[in-house]
Each structure stands twice: as C-alpha cells, then as structure tokens.
Design a protein around this ligand. Structure first.
Ligand code: F0G
Length: 450
C-alpha cells in the first residue's frame, strides 16, 4: 500500500487507526464521545503503516515545497499541504478549507532585548482566517464530520473554537451549535459565531460546565463533536509544527512555548514533533513548554503536586478568557509530550500577562491576552536558567489582537488593575487623548511626545 503520495499531484494516503492513550487499544472507528470503548480514556490517531513504508523525509519536504506553487485549493491550504501526515481522504473535493495555515514566523527584536534571548520568534496563528489557531484543526475535523454524513456539528468554547467551528460549518453546509459560558467570552468571538450563522447558546456556567454538557449531548444526539477531544482536530493542529520547521529550514529550535488551556494545542504540537523525529524530518527534539495563567493553573499543579499522575482541577479565573479552564480535557496528552520533549510548565500572573501583551503589541504584531502568556512565561524560564540566552526560542501566538479589544482598551486607559498594577505598567500604556478639533491642540500634543 502506498503510504504517502510523493508526487505533487493527488492526495497523500496515510491510513489511520484510533489508539487509546491509556490502554493502547486500537480501533478503526470511534464513538461520538471519542473515548476508548474499553477504558474510557481519550483517543489519538495513529498511522500503523508508517512503520512498514516510512515516508521518506526528503520526498516529503520536496512535495510540500512543490505544492506551494500549485493553485489547487487543497494545496493552498497550509494544513492540507502537509496531508501526507494527516488522516487520508479519498477525494480532495471533500476538504472544507478557508485556506488556513501558512501563518507568518516573525522576529521579535524588542522582546528579544527585553528577555535577553536574541534568537526569538513568534509563530502567529492569529493570522488564520478566523483569527486563531483553531482553524488548522477545524478544517480537518469539519471535513471528517461532513464525510461521516453529519448535519450538525457542535462545540463548547471559550470563544475561538466557536468562531472557527461556526465558519467551517457554514462553509461545509452544516449547522453549528455553540455552547459558551455567559459573560466570559469576548464580544469579538461571540460576534463571529453569530455572523457565521451558528445556533449560539450562552450557558450560565463556565467552560468546563459547557464541555460536560456537550459530552452528554453528543452521546444522545446525532451531533458531531468538534472540541479538541476530537482527535482529528489535533491532527490538523500538528501542521503548525511542520510549517514552523519548514520556515526554519528544518533546523529545530531549542524551545517552543505555547499557552495551555484545554491542552489540545500543546498535545498536537508535541505529537507533531515526535512524528517528525520518527520520520527523520528532524533529528533533535525542541523542548515544548506550556504556560498557564496563575488563575487557571491545573496542569502546573498536576505536575507539581501530583507528579502528573492525576488531574488537579482548579476553579479557573483569569482575564485571559481563552484559557479560563480549570479541568483541561487533554491533560494526559500534554503531560506526556512535556515529558517526552523535556519541556517545562509555568504560570504567570495577570499583570505579567498584560505587560507581555503590550510588549508584543509594541512590536507592531499584537496578540490576544492568552497568547501573551508565552512571552511572560519565557521571562520566567530565562530567570530560572531553563532557557539560555544562546537558545533559539519560538513563541506560539494563538490568537489575533482584535479578538479581545476590551482587554486592550482597559489596559491602555489604565483601568485594568487599579492603583499599583497600572502604575507599574505606565511606560507601556498609550491611552487615547481627547482634544478639541484644533490644529493648536494637536501640535501641542505632538510637542509633548517629542
Ligand atoms: N490561546 C487561545 C487564543 C485559545 O483560544 C485557546 C483555547 C488557547 C490558547 C489554549 O489552547 O485549549 O488547546 O490548550 N481556546 C479554546 C476555545 C478552549 O474554546 O476557543 P488549548
């Protein structure tokens, strides 16, 4: 059997199976809750045929490069361009794509000076079609939802998953059901779900409550679950790492740093790193580190207080609402990839998040608060000596600046922390200035800033 199509034409073939992350049981099909029929733990996708007909690294690299010149929609997707390492589809017309992926890798010269790490980069997943990394996973999972004949897809969300799912459901001619915690997601994200036409329910609970309810729903109704419990999502999100390594000419960085919420993205990136090593696309593993908000630090506590053996759930509270999650579903997968790559897990305060967000903004790039934990976390990892000044470090910025304008405006107006917190961050604040509409007033203001 051909495992990988080496030609630029056609669709790569990677036959796959589901494997339970706890008991290792293999199956060809998964239930609607994407849990192991025997032990109830999460499933992951595995490609057993790689062992026999291992895709050749040089062939893969050149096929991926070649597809960049193609005008076919499936090649113009920065996710499906790497389809040789994704679950196989029979026909490329099955793909639901918004030309996701192909996100920029930016240098961060000012943040490099601040942290003392000259080789510092940001992989900006906020530059995806709906403004977050979720699109990379959603194109794959939505494609498989439609292929399985589902009319309804659904998710629980802190906002970005719902925006992405609503868009891909609309593109794929499916109906979308969104469950979000009332009052705890940004208006920007909510407005996306509405505009893309999802049935949007604001539930009087938190994200963890929404996810529990969704799990019950999908066991009883023919509704396809598009949370990151769905292993097809994580396969799509792997492509961030493939693309990053391609952008670095296949020289592995020393560190990749990601925010941690429900812990799907860190699990996906870690899986991609391990697969790339298995396929000799890289010889050295970057250390993958996860940063959480101190107010939503379930993984930090799980690793520190329970040695990663059992989940310590927490009541989550943070202004970085995207990662306001206390009971992360993919904690075991994330703990595994942190261990396998030798990465760290840290937490950062609300003030540290706001400061880091402003510093990334001052680069002319910007990101949403949840993404800024990466820079705040890097400062800690440098102080601890875990990251060396000579290391190459990549921060994964998960969401666009415009995802949470309320946070940004409150910050710059000095209304975020009250008193000392805001005073400490004064040099980073740029509040709007209200003036009479006179040339004189504008000139005087200009002089003040000169
Ligand atoms: N950054 C942003 C911008 C997010 O939206 C999320 C998660 C994360 C980081 C954390 O990623 O959950 O894979 O560890 N947002 C989800 C949502 C939960 O519903 O949009 P994770």
């Amino acid at each position: 059997m051909a495992v990988v199509s080496s030609s630029v034409e056609g669709v790569g073939q990677s036959s796959f199976r589901f494997r339970c992350i706890a008991c290792g049981g293999l199956s060809d099909a998964a239930g609607q809750d994407f849990r192991c029929g025997k032990c109830g733990d999460l499933l992951e996708i595995t490609y057993p045929a790689w062992k026999e007909t291992q895709p050749d690294a040089a062939t893969l690299r050149s096929a991926w490069k070649g597809r960049k010149l193609s005008s076919k929609p499936v090649d113009q997707s920065g996710v499906w361009r790497f389809r040789d390492l994704l679950p196989a589809i029979e026909d490329e017309n099955q793909v639901i794509s918004l030309r996701e992926g192909s996100t920029p890798l930016y240098e961060l010269p000012q943040c490099a000076r601040i942290t003392g790490v000259p080789r510092l980069f940001a992989k900006h997943q906020g530059m995806n079609p709906t403004g977050s990394f979720k699109d990379a996973g959603m194109t794959v999972a939505a494609t498989f939802a439609r292929r399985a004949g589902f009319r309804w897809v659904a998710c629980a969300s802190t906002g970005n998953t719902s925006a992405s799912m609503a868009a891909y459901a609309a593109r794929g001619g499916m109906r979308g059901l969104v469950l979000v915690p009332e009052g705890k997601i940004s208006w920007s994200k909510l407005s996306q779900a509405l505009d893309y036409g999802a049935v949007t329910c604001q539930l009087r609970t938190d994200f963890d409550g929404c996810l529990r309810l969704l799990q019950d729903l999908v066991r009883q109704s023919p509704v396809y679950q598009l949370n990151s419990i769905n292993p097809f999502r994580l396969e799509g999100q792997k492509t961030l790492a493939f693309e990053l390594l391609e952008q670095l000419d296949w020289n592995a960085p020393d560190h990749i740093i990601v925010p941690g919420g429900n812990l799907g993205n860190s699990s996906a990136i870690g899986k991609a790193l391990l697969e790339m090593r298995e396929l000799s696309l890289i010889t050295r593993l970057p250390k993958l580190s996860v940063i959480q908000a101190a107010g939503a630090n379930a993984l930090v506590r799980t690793l520190r207080e329970a040695a990663g053996k059992r989940l310590i759930s927490v009541p989550a509270e943070t202004r970085a609402t995207a990662i306001r999650i206390g009971n992360p579903a993919s904690w075991k997968k994330a703990a595994h990839v942190l261990e396998a790559t030798g990465g760290a897990c840290e937490q950062v305060s609300e003030v540290e998040i706001a400061q880091a967000k402003a510093e990334i903004g001052a680069e002319g790039i910007g990101c949403e608060p949840a993404s800024a934990v990466t820079l705040a976390g890097l400062k800690k990892l440098v102080a601890q000596g875990f990251v060396n000044p000579t290391d190459t470090v990549v921060l994964v910025l998960t969401g666009h600046l415009l995802k949470d304008p309320d946070f940004t405006i409150e910050f710059h107006r000095g209304q975020m922390f009250g008193g000392d917190g805001d005073t400490a961050l004064e040099g980073l604040r740029h509040a709007p200035i209200l003036l009479d509409a006179s040339l004189d007033a504008v000139m005087r203001t200009l002089e003040q800033f000169n």
